[in-house]
Design a protein around this ligand. Structure first.
Ligand code: FRU
Length: 440
């Protein structure tokens, strides 16, 4: 079973209301006495998706690629960044982090035992395996999912990650909390290591008012998310934030879809699609206390998983990116596995889909699962990992039913060739392919 399709059978709790009126693509989010306007990615925008040469990635030829760590499956990857989001350089080294498991694990099962490993490089292209980042048993969760990392004001590593499940749990659970820790970065001529780890601390949990708790997700909702923290410092104000993937609060019974699904029989089913991109503001210098704020974007009745959000600033505009799967769109929407993006003149709202629909990079039609988890760097370089290639027209569920050997053979589990994306106003274009593993 796909972990994202695990049904949660706990009783629904009546929480705050996330009441949607999506006629203009803007949801009115009422909470307590305050009401804020949150942009809702609309069915209308998604229905304008058009795959073309500006947004379709070149086909990946996996046999031409090299694995930086053949002994591991490597997927969601992020670099050590400075406060402007650029690739940081520490004593001549660039450092990246990735979710990994040993390569004998069945790819579809990798999320259950994921751990963060780090890699370092002097040329920013050929990466050496550093090892498990948290190797002293202190990391929170029964496994760790995606995050982001910055160099702290005092030169330390500051990592944010998803603590999934609970340490030593006997049954795998899907609880997701955002956690952080810091460490000193030690370099020699030959290596990078981390020392003097701080305690690991949970910094954010779903509040049930803006962001759905697991209890609210209850029966009938097919996916649950409160994960993938992304550090962002607003260059306009100097304020520091975490973006994260979440679901709009409330139980299924409390939601409505306006306008209705064109096939009104399906309106009821569209209600379970409640992906959102959350934000929280740092309220102390150590980045250990955050104030949870209303989401910057919701996809109510449209999409149920807006993964690994990221943000860059270009000119006077904010660019918010996220990635999602074909099957995470509500019924009747046909959208590719891809990178999607939105832009606004203000950080907290007013986002409009890039290119009219939101689609920024799609996998090509004849290799629809070739890459995933794209991350856009401020200079327009986009990294991702090789997911499933040459799958003979099968969909992701059918791939999951294939033998472990088939899955291992067709799963890349390595960095993909990077892409260069040009961004002008609300339009983007895939300009060309770059070398594999290049972040700058
Ligand atoms: C994206 C993702 C992330 C999550 C991780 C779990 O590929 O689903 O949202 O942190 O994979 O492995």
């Amino acid at each position: 079973m796909n972990w994202k399709n695990v049904k949660l059978f706990s009783a629904a709790v009546i929480g705050a209301s996330a009441i949607m009126t999506a006629t203009t693509g803007t949801g009115v989010f009422a909470q307590g006495t305050s009401t804020s306007t949150v942009f809702n990615w609309s069915r209308e925008a998604v229905s304008h998706i058009d795959m073309n040469e500006n947004n379709t990635a070149p086909v990946i030829q996996m046999e031409d690629l090299e694995e930086m760590a053949p002994e591991y499956h490597v997927w969601d990857t992020w670099p050590l960044q400075d406060r402007n989001g650029n690739l940081a350089v520490v004593n001549g080294y660039k450092i990246i982090f990735a979710l990994t498991v040993p390569s004998d694990v069945i790819p579809g099962k990798r999320h259950d035992t994921a751990g963060i490993r780090y890699f370092y490089s002097k040329d920013g292209q050929s990466w050496k395996v550093g090892g498990l980042l948290f190797n002293d048993g202190q990391a929170l969760g029964s496994r760790q999912w995606a995050g982001s990392a910055i160099v702290d004001k005092n030169g330390k590593l500051h990592i944010f990650y998803t603590a999934t499940g609970r340490k030593n749990e006997t049954h795998l659970t899907y609880e997701q909390r955002l956690a952080t820790a810091t460490a000193e970065i030690k370099t020699t001529d030959a290596s990078v290591t981390f020392a003097n780890w701080s305690d690991h601390k949970v910094i954010l949990e779903p509040d049930g008012q803006y962001y759905q708790t697991q209890e609210q997700a209850g029966q009938g909702e097919s996916s649950y998310a409160f994960r993938d923290p992304y550090f962002f410092q607003d260059p306009k104000t100097g304020e520091e934030y975490l973006l994260f993937e979440a679901n709009s609060a409330g139980s299924l019974a409390q939601r409505t879809c306006q306008p209705e699904h064109p096939n009104t029989d399906l309106t009821e089913e569209s209600k379970s699609y409640n992906g959102s991109i959350g934000v929280a503001k740092a309220v102390n210098d150590n980045l250990t206390e955050f104030q949870i704020l209303p989401p910057v974007l919701e996809a109510n009745c449209v999409n149920e998983e807006l993964e690994r959000p990221g943000m860059i600033v270009k000119g006077n505009r904010y660019y918010l990116f996220t990635k999602t799967h074909h099957e995470k769109f509500a019924l009747g929407l046909d959208a590719p596995e891809g990178l999607y993006g939105f832009t606004s003149a203000s950080l907290m709202g007013g986002y409009q889909p890039l290119n009219g629909s939101g689609l920024v990079i799609a996998n090509p039609q004849d290799n629809p699962y070739q890459a995933y988890s794209w991350m856009v760097m401020p200079n327009g370089t986009v990294i991702s990992f090789v997911n499933y290639v040459d799958v003979d027209g099968q969909n992701i569920h059918e791939i999951g039913e294939q033998s472990p050997d088939y899955q291992r053979e067709h799963f890349g589990g390595m960095l993909a060739p990077s892409l260069h994306l040009s961004i002008t106003g609300d339009q983007t274009k895939v300009v060309h392919e770059k070398k594999q593993g290049v972040f700058h």
